[in-house]
Ligand binder design. Structure first.
Ligand code: FRU
Length: 456
């Protein structure tokens, strides 16, 4: 069994999948999550809860919104109702979640007037019911712009590959605005949408909207994955900036690995601090025997998002929020939670291969001048769909490749070229891990390893 991650949130016990209701409120970051309070399988879905002062050290709290005999509590979001538009109380936290039964999915509310510690389900639930079996994952935000000032909900009609947008003045009654899709990658159901503004290259005059759409299966690396689209939102309609390609290689992906899914961003943070957490898992094998106990499921590190111009258009950049590291010897044993910074000049036809090897297996990160890939064919065989090689195309200016690699107990997250491409994979290589670097027609200009420590 793999040890517990240090810099990634895991629940003390039992099953976890999607992050839910991410909100920064009164100096704390709250992370709610899809959780089975009773076991390590995907059942009895309820909202678990943890909070943190700094996005690094998390404290788990009692289950926030439990399932009952009528329904499971599927994914959703939380807003801070500063003006008491809903009547639940000034600065009440209002959770908007999916009431899931075998026959129906509809959107419901719960509210908290004690900073997220206890929750009351609204007696008038559900607040939005389309008579659909696959209508879920509401993400609500406050829109203030030319069209007015109101709440906007994005949610999915999952099997129709459609994101539907609604508006409300009080969170209780909702009016249809528009829909987006099908477009882009449609090889599976659409889930967990998120629509938010970002500045292009930090320019406050150039605001674009990013629509994240998780997709399962049909992701770029196989199984679950998250595509994104950059465009404009006028308060009613989301319009992409460019015709959305439908071949997987041309679609923009939040992450090119196997284990970054259902990622959504925090409410309550300024535009420059837009921060995402995703589930480090994939429905291709998550339900199987992922070898961790007594918990099953981990989150990615929190990632700060921005838009940078790359290849002539705005691309999403993700950079991890991390504890300060302490430099260690690159030839020594790899710390449980390590950060590796690699800078290499790679000639045409050349490569740099960085291998993380432990007593039960190995995982290799292969860099060429125009791609990076991660090979985990020898890093866990507990499920037939687990082994594989994932890759992302890159453009390395002057053939210089820069990678930041986070290795925790059983995960690897690679951020390439200042975060323009990310690749996240679970890897089970065992203990006593070290790294080995092999080069062909390349020069490693720097290789630094630091211990990210973190709480055990
Ligand atoms: C995404 C998802 C959501 C749903 C939740 C159920 O991983 O399938 O669409 O709300 O998980 O746990």
């Amino acid at each position: 069994m793999a040890g517990r991650p240090r810099i990634h949130f895991t629940p003390a016990r039992n099953w976890m999948n999607d992050p839910n209701g991410l909100v920064f409120h009164r100096g704390r970051y709250h992370l709610f999550f899809q959780h089975n309070p009773f076991g390590a399988d995907h059942a009895h879905m309820s909202w678990g809860h943890a909070s943190s002062p700094d996005l690094m050290e998390w404290t788990e709290h009692p289950v926030a919104i439990p399932c009952d005999e009528h329904e499971e509590i599927y994914s959703g979001s939380i807003v801070i109702d500063e003006e008491n538009t809903s009547g639940f109380g000034h600065s009440a936290l209002v959770a908007v979640y999916t009431s899931h039964t075998a026959e129906r999915e509809a959107q419901s509310l719960a509210y908290s007037v004690d900073d997220g510690m206890t929750w009351t389900k609204y007696a008038g639930n559900p607040v939005l019911d389309r008579g659909s079996q696959n209508f879920r994952d509401p993400k609500v935000f406050r829109y203030a712009g030319d069209a007015g000032d109101y709440w906007v909900m994005s949610a999915v009609e999952a099997t129709e590959h459609r994101v539907v947008l609604y508006r409300s003045d009080d969170l209780r009654t909702w009016t249809f605005l528009s829909s987006y899709g099908p477009a882009g990658a449609v090889g599976g159901v659409w889930e967990c949408p998120d629509l938010f503004p970002l500045l292009v290259d930090g320019d406050p005059e150039d605001v674009r909207w990013v629509l994240l759409i998780s997709l399962n299966p049909g992701g770029i690396a196989g199984g679950s994955g998250t595509q994104y689209v950059v465009g404009r939102f006028d308060g009613v309609t989301f319009t992409p900036d460019r015709p959305v390609p439908d071949d997987l290689a041309s679609v923009d992906w939040l992450d090119y690995g196997r284990d970054c899914y259902a990622g959504v961003t925090f409410s309550g943070l300024p535009v420059e601090e837009r921060t995402l957490i995703a589930w480090m898992g994939n429905w291709d094998y998550a339900r199987g025997e992922v070898p961790t106990s007594p918990w099953r499921g981990a989150m990615t590190v929190p990632r700060r998002l921005s838009l940078v111009t790359s290849g002539g258009r705005p691309r999403l950049r993700s950079l991890p929020v991390l504890p300060v590291g302490r430099a260690v010897d690159a030839d020594g044993a790899l710390p449980v939670a390590a950060r590796i910074d690699l800078r290499a000049r790679i000639d045409d036809g050349g490569s740099v291969v960085l291998t993380i090897a432990g007593d039960e297996g190995r995982a290799s990160i292969v860099c060429t001048p125009d791609a990076m890939s991660l090979d985990r064919t020898a890093a866990g065989t507990f499920a037939p769909l687990f082994p594989g090689v994932e890759s992302a195309r890159l453009s390395a200016p002057d053939d210089v490749m820069e990678l930041t690699i986070l290795v925790d107990a059983y995960s690897v997250e690679v951020f390439a070229q200042s975060g323009v491409a990310a690749l996240t994979d679970l890897v089970f290589v065992g203990d006593r891990r070290g790294i080995d670097v092999a080069i062909v027609d390349a020069v490693v200009e720097s290789l630094e390893v630091s211990d990210l420590g973190g709480v055990a």
